[in-house]
Design a protein around this ligand. Structure first.
Ligand code: KIV
Ligand code: ZN
Length: 516
């Protein structure tokens, strides 16, 4: 059996299903590029029949990256129209895969599908065969496999392989499995499915009990050779197995697992940051591998040990995952060359135009704060490189607030290259006044569901990063921005979220991957 694990990334499909994490095609392309650079083997780019936006995104990614390394995959239910739509979205890719799924557990058979076992097997077989007309590489997933009777699971998997499935994925759809049980399921399939050697077994674990990574690793120990995962563990409810955790567990504990991946681990932190910026889903500080505290040693005894010998308390080197702390790097006199070097070290490749803009922003930032840290540079790059063609852009902002006065905000916006639009509002504080003024100008009213400010580095002059989460027309939108002025960062973040709402970037999905 090969010791190479296939990394199947589903950030753009299962991850994107997380509420408020919808991405438009331009954003999906950015994430796809980061995944190509990371070296994933398969990119699940979306669920083409879900919406025209999903179709367009899969098609665009297939056209752009479908001959550059990773396979581009599209999801389909076991329905003719789904499979044909996936086939057509992937038409222009050389390296492609269609992923068909159908629930098999008794709960899903009885309540969701209202189909008996024989009907399920027949549908699965017909669907794999139909998908085979579009490409050779077909993945079949018996949804809710971890709660499916083992003998029936073996039967469906065997027939799907006989019909042409080249990968059989074993989803723990509801995050119910435990490591030893999941190990048993995969081992059972390996022993009891006569043609199992003709397909790769894959894991797909959700994190409802916090066991997604542990279950995926148990699956690999039992003989699976593909892992389905997402950056930052993005995904609905508690999310999917985190790509960065699986990859680093395999690498750090090579002695135990004896398995390898093709991932360029130095790109992990940059990819994680990109997904966080685009989705607005903040990575918790103590998140393994990519969290801000992942390599921080606070306790004196640990610091002492580290000074003597790094490996006393550090099992991975921060540089191996592209981790950047709040180390002091550059200042006003550092110059273009040093700045460019630092950007490359941080894992970014900017075109000349973007680089010049980021450099101008850096010079402007140096006027506001003496010390510029890696985290500041990351914020500058992300601000520029994720610049979507937004309808409104902030032109000017003035607020006044103080004890015994009424907080007010006056704002001017550029709208689609039109003359400046302007309005003012009051609020119960300057941030509230800013949000009210923005809503008056854009004509979009939203409910603020979450608002967070955090410091990007150290010191009173540090940039503040603001995250907002708003609800508009029952959809969630995120916005994130950083500035040394947190009122300005708040305005930029709120405007980003309003722009997303206006563009209806939450491409409403009439169908959901988990439900028939
Ligand atoms: O969790 C799940 O079962 C899925 C399938 C579509 C593979 O995401
Ligand atoms: Zn899933």
């Amino acid at each position: 059996m090969s010791d190479r694990v296939i990394i199947f990334d589903t950030t753009l499909r299962d991850g994107e299903q997380s509420p408020g994490c919808s991405m438009n095609t331009a954003e999906k392309l950015e994430v796809a590029l980061a995944l190509v650079e990371l070296g994933v083997d398969v990119i699940e780019a979306g669920f083409p029949i879900a919406s025209p936006g999903d179709f367009e995104a899969v098609q665009t990614i297939a056209r752009q990256f479908g001959d550059r390394g990773p396979k581009i995959c599209g999801l389909a239910r076991c329905r003719e129209e789904d499979i044909d739509r996936a086939g057509s979205a992937l038409q222009d890719a050389q390296n492609k895969r269609i992923h068909v799924f159908l629930a098999t557990s008794s709960i899903h058979r009885q309540y969701k599908l209202k189909m008996d076992k024989a009907e399920i097997v027949q549908k699965a077989v017909e669907s794999v065969a139909r998908a085979k007309a579009f490409c050779d590489d077909i993945e079949f997933s018996p949804e809710d496999a971890a709660r499916t009777e083992l003998d029936f699971l073996c039967e469906v998997v065997e027939k799907a392989i006989a019909a042409g499935a080249t990968t059989v994925n074993i989803p723990d759809t509801v995050g119910y499995a435990t490591p030893s049980q999941y190990f048993h399921v995969i081992s059972h399939l390996k022993k009891n499915v006569s043609n199992i050697a003709r397909a790769v077994i894959s894991t797909h674990c959700h994190d409802d009990l916090g066991l997604a990574v542990a279950n995926s690793l148990a699956g690999l120990e039992a003989g699976a050779r593909q892992v389905e995962c997402t950056l930052n563990g993005l995904g609905e409810r508690a999310g999917n197995a985190a790509l960065e955790e699986i990859v680093m567990a395999l690498r750090t504990r090579q002695d135990h697992y004896n398995l390898t991946t093709g991932i360029n681990t130095k790109k992990l932190c940059a990819a994680s940051r990109l997904v966080s910026t685009i989705t607005g889903m903040i990575v918790q500080r103590n998140k393994a591998i990519v969290g801000q505290n992942a390599f921080a040693h606070e306790a004196g005894i640990h610091q002492h040990g580290m000074l003597q010998e790094r490996t006393t308390y550090e099992i991975m080197r921060p540089e191996d995952v592209g981790f950047t702390g709040s180390n002091l790097v550059l200042g006003k006199h550092s110059g273009r060359h040093a700045f460019r070097d630092r950007i490359v070290q941080l894992g970014y490749q900017l075109d000349e135009r973007t680089f010049e803009k980021v450099f101008d922003d850096f010079i402007a930032l140096c006027d506001k704060k003496k010390n510029v840290y890696d985290a500041d540079i990351v914020a500058l790059v992300e601000n520029r490189s994720t610049e979507a063609p937004d309808r409104w852009k902030l032109a000017t902002l003035h607020t006044s607030a103080g004890t015994g006065s009424i907080p007010t905000a006056t704002i001017q916006l550029h709208e689609d290259g039109q003359p400046i639009v302007c309005d003012a509002a009051i609020g119960d504080g300057p941030v509230d006044a800013v949000f009210n003024a923005l809503e008056r100008i854009t004509g979009i009213s939203a409910r603020l569901q979450n608002y967070q400010v955090r410091s990007l580095s150290v010191g009173k002059e540090a940039q503040g990063e603001v995250l907002v989460e708003i609800v508009h027309n029952n959809h969630v939108f995120h916005g994130k921005a950083a500035s040394t002025d947190i009122i300005e960062a708040s305005a930029q973040a709120y405007l980003k979220a309003l722009n997303k709402a206006a563009a209806n970037r939450h491409t409403q999905k009439p169908l959901h991957a988990q439900h028939e």
